[in-house]
Design a protein around this ligand. Structure first.
Ligand SMILES: CC(C)(COP(=O)(O)OP(=O)(O)OC[C@H]1O[C@@H](n2cnc3c(N)ncnc32)[C@H](O)[C@@H]1OP(=O)(O)O)[C@@H](O)C(=O)NCCC(=O)NCCS
Length: 177
């Protein structure tokens, strides 16, 4: 799993030492907006970190820990998720950020780097983002990531917009990066 660098961020692999910081974030209702709810037990964070470290371990697209270049802090995640149990074949780009850092364009910066990584390094044919219709900031991030709404589905019991960008659209919009 490579480390990705953007203007203001380092996107690195997760490690076991991230459990404490991530447990605090997963317990924060703002960080967990539009989710099934905050994590109330440490073992839920351990399961998340184990899951993404497992993806890194077997060499498939995974999640990145979001770290500002100018700060020794872990402020969220941005990367790939899988939903085969919901009959969704496409790989999702998903993200959450510490609320103190919202609205500075940081997740847009991270999501663009993850999108480019997916198409360039993993040769993905398509990536999607699954977003509640009322989640305006996330919809904006997906739009700024070059995605378009494809359809509305029910996902985990909630109305959900499927934003998507294909490899061909990515090449046409941004050229090979
Ligand atoms: C979604 C999230 C990751 C966005 O992170 P971020 O770094 O603040 O995103 P950005 O700053 O790159 O972009 C946010 C955009 O939403 C816009 N926005 C934010 N709140 C808004 C509001 N109430 N109304 C309209 N636009 C809004 C911002 O202005 C910005 O758009 P702009 O660049 O056109 O001005 C962050 O809000 C978050 O962690 N939310 C909780 C978790 C979540 O919802 N994750 C996504 C699940 S699908």
């Amino acid at each position: 799993m490579p480390t990705l660098e953007t203007e203001r961020l380092i996107l690195r692999s997760f490690c076991a030492q991230d459990v404490d910081v991530m447990a605090q974030l997963f317990a924060n209702p703002d960080f967990m907006r539009f989710s099934l709810g905050v994590f109330t037990e440490r073992k839920q964070t351990i399961a998340f970190i184990d899951k993404v470290m497992g993806w890194d371990g077997v060499g498939i697209p995974s999640q990145f820990a979001v770290v500002p270049r100018d700060e020794d802090a872990l402020i969220g995640y941005c990367g790939f998720f899988y939903h085969p149990e919901h009959q969704i074949e496409d790989i999702e780009i998903g993200y959450r950020l510490h609320p103190d850092y919202w609205n500075r364009g940081l997740i847009t910066e991270a999501a663009r780097a993850v999108r480019d990584h997916g198409f360039r390094d993993w040769k993905l044919s398509r990536v999607i983002s699954l977003i509640h219709p009322e989640n305006i900031p996330s919809r904006r991030v997906a739009e700024k990531n070059g995605m378009q709404v494809e359809k509305e589905i029910t996902f985990r019991g909630f109305p959900t917009l499927v934003f998507a960008i294909t490899r061909e659209q990515w090449l046409a919009k941004y050229g090979a990066r």
